[in-house]
Every structure is written in C-alpha cells, then in structure tokens.
Design a protein around this ligand. Structure first.
Ligand code: FEO
Length: 398
C-alpha cells in the first residue's frame, strides 16, 4: 500500500506457537511507514529471522533514515529482534507504552538499558506523533490484548488510508505470500482468526468487550495486523466476529464431546452419547484426545453450547491427555457453556469427579448428573435417553 511497506517474516515452518498448533504456519508482521518527511518502523520479528528483517528494511530505506521505532507489544514474536535492530537505528526515537518500557527492560536488561534510558518515549492513551504530510499516529493502549504492555497505533492520513496497526488483535497464525484479506481464501482466514481468538484471547473476552467499541469507532480503512493477513475489504466481518466471540455468542445449539479412552469403555460411552444426541437433531462433534489437537478442540469448545468431557480413571484421577486438555480449557475459560462429565473406572473412580470440579471452577453450568461405568459397559448401560433429556433441557431445548 502507498507509503506502508511490509518488512516482516512469513514463517512457513512453525507448527507450534507456545503450545498452540499452527497447522498453517504464521507470520511476524512489521511495517515501515514513510511520510516523505519522516520514516517510522513498527514492530520487529522473532529473533532467528532478524537478518531477513534487516534485509527487508534495507530494501525500503537506509535504516539510519528511520526517525521513529514503535513497539506495540513486547512478546518475543514481535520484539525478539528489538535489541539487534536498535543498533542499526542511530537516529530513531523509540516509542512504547508505559508498561511496554518496563517489559522491554524485563526482557532484555543491559542489552537495551542505555537506549531505553536515553531515547525512548513512553506513550499513554491519546498521545500522538505527527510525521508530516497529513500523517499522524495516535497511540491507544489495549492492556491484556494480549499482554499488559499491548497497544495499537492508529495512523490517520489526510491524503491516504487510515491504518490501524493492531498488533495481536485481529491476527491469525496463517502463512501466506499475499498480504490482504481479499487476496486469500476468506473462509480459511476466518477459521484461523477464530482459532487464534480461541487459543490466545478467549480468556480476555471481558476486556475485549470493553475495548472493542473504542477500536471499532475509529475511521479505519485498513488494519495492519502482526500475524497473518491484513484487512481492507472485510474489516466489518472481523470486527463483527470479535464482537460475537467476546460475548460468548454461539451460532447453534451444538454439543462437543471430548474424551480419551484406555481400554475402550469411555469411548463406548462417548460414541453412544454422540449417536443418541445427534439422533435428536442436535449437531455433535466428537474428539478423542489421543488423536485430536487441543488447540483445535478449544476452538470447537468456544462455539459449542454444551461441552461433554469423558475420562477413564487412572491412578484415582484423570487420564493424562484429558488432564492436559482440561487444564488448557480451564485457563481459556469458554463462556456460556453447559457441562457434563462421564467416564469409566475399575474400582475407586475419581476422574469424573475431577472433571466436574474443574468445570465448576470455570463457571461452566455443570450438570449434577454424571455417567460413571465400572469396567466395561453392557449394551443396556448405554441408553442415555433420560440424561440427554436433562442435557437438552439445560441447553435451552432443541
Ligand atoms: Fe503475537 Fe502476544 O504476541
């Protein structure tokens, strides 16, 4: 786009982003904005890709021409190259949020302390930076989206496009050689935006609900994200999707069944529940955690009305894969859910009780009724009509 240059790194290889599966890679987007009078660098890339980042910058300008360097967020995917790039920017004023300055120090210590002391400006909400020729940045801290230091930089442009540099917000872990939303498969992009929200932002929904109207009210022409594609044609769709996700709205009254199995008993229960619920005309998705990826499963959990979790009892507690998933779900706190626990055991039991306790702790409306079957269920043990009636009633009917 005129006056805005992409200098980031598209990471086609990454398949795990701090525990979140990135089946389609990612990108660490960084930008240069030129006004004719000033040159601004926004964000960096992961440290291993610094040389690529520097080469990209040199294709746009001599780094010594950069007057301002904005850090919207200090997490290492965006600031990993910070200590390296500032050595190439002798004439740049550094800009970050007030919390961002502290977080930069806490990450890079003596590697950057002198620069932070001598040439950093800590900005607060509404502070501006006029770079000439009608271009002006306004800084808007968005604490906890994704970290306490996070902010967005909104550039109004009297002769060009108003651009929101949104950092993590509206991003997707999605590698593509095409930068814009309308140049990519929108369905695929929205799926990755949804997965990103479920895995990174879901537990921050209350804060997002407060900040989103403020961001949505800005006269934005383009959103330059820090991961995946940038938005210019479908801004309304992504803001509307965030509005829905942060309120915990669901599209249909559906059921998610998540379980694992040791000798097949819990799986028999899971399959019987799945068959009998779907025969009622209720959409069901069923995932066995031995094979399913928990970052995909939590994305489904965000969309479902009811979450049914099943585990065999192992050592008086949860099966390890179920323990891992339930811990992940506990942290991300899906909203407005009905919960139900089921499982099998040999003698003492324990797994089902733990599932109920964890779901209650995260404000899931858990059914008091459970299914717990000793050793192997008989066919007559697998008729769950009554319990499904109660589930459907709790879900608000179908
Ligand atoms: Fe993309 Fe919170 O870092």
């Amino acid at each position: 786009m005129k006056d805005i240059y992409y200098v980031g790194y598209v990471d086609w290889e990454v398949r795990n982003f701090h525990g979140y599966s990135t089946h389609k890679g990612s990108s660490y987007n960084a930008y240069i904005v030129k006004s004719g009078e000033n040159t601004v660098l926004i964000d960096t890339v992961k440290r291993p890709y610094f040389e690529h980042f520097l080469k990209n910058i040199k294709e746009v300008c001599d780094p010594s021409e950069i007057n301002y360097f904005i850090t919207n967020h200090v997490e290492m995917d965006h600031s990993g190259s910070f200590p390296l790039i500032i050595k190439h920017l002798p004439n740049a004023e550094l800009i970050a949020s007030e919390r961002g300055v502290d977080v930069l120090k806490a990450h890079f210590h003596q590697e950057v302390e002198e620069d932070l002391f001598n040439r950093i400006r800590a900005v607060k909400e509404g502070d501006t930076l006029d770079i000439g020729n009608g271009k002006k940045f306004t800084f808007v801290p968005i604490p906890m989206i994704h970290w306490p230091d996070s902010m967005v930089s909104f550039m109004t442009d009297e002769i060009g496009k108003n651009a929101l540099f949104s950092n993590d917000a509206f991003g997707q872990h999605y590698a593509t050689s095409k930068r814009w939303d309308d140049e990519n498969d929108l369905c695929e992009v929205m799926q990755e935006a949804e997965k990103y929200y479920a895995n990174i932002l879901l537990h921050l929904s209350g804060i997002i609900a407060k900040v989103l109207p403020k961001v949505g009210a800005l006269p934005i022409d383009v959103i330059c994200t820090s991961h995946g594609v940038c938005w210019r044609t479908h801004i309304g769709e992504i803001v509307e999707a965030y509005t829905k996700w942060c309120k915990g709205e669901i599209e249909e009254n559906s059921v998610l069944i998540v379980y694992d199995t040791m000798w097949g008993s819990t799986e028999k229960i899971a399959k019987a529940l799945s068959d009998q619920i779907s025969h009622r005309g209720i959409p069901v998705k069923r995932f066995r955690l031995t094979y399913a990826d928990y970052s995909d499963v939590i994305t489904e959990a965000m969309k479902a009305r009811a979450i049914l979790i099943g585990s065999p009892t192992l050592n008086n507690g949860l099966f390890p894969s179920v323990a891992e998933y339930i811990s992940y779900q506990k942290g991300l706190k899906p909203m407005n859910k009905v919960g139900f626990a089921f499982g099998s055991y040999g003698w003492g039991g324990g797994a089902v009780k733990e599932i109920v306790e964890v779901m209650k702790a995260t404000k899931i409306d858990v059914m008091e009724e459970t299914i717990e079957i000793k050793f192997v269920p008989r066919p007559e043990d697998l008729d769950f009509k009554e319990i499904i009636n109660k589930l459907v009633e709790k879900m608000g009917g179908n």
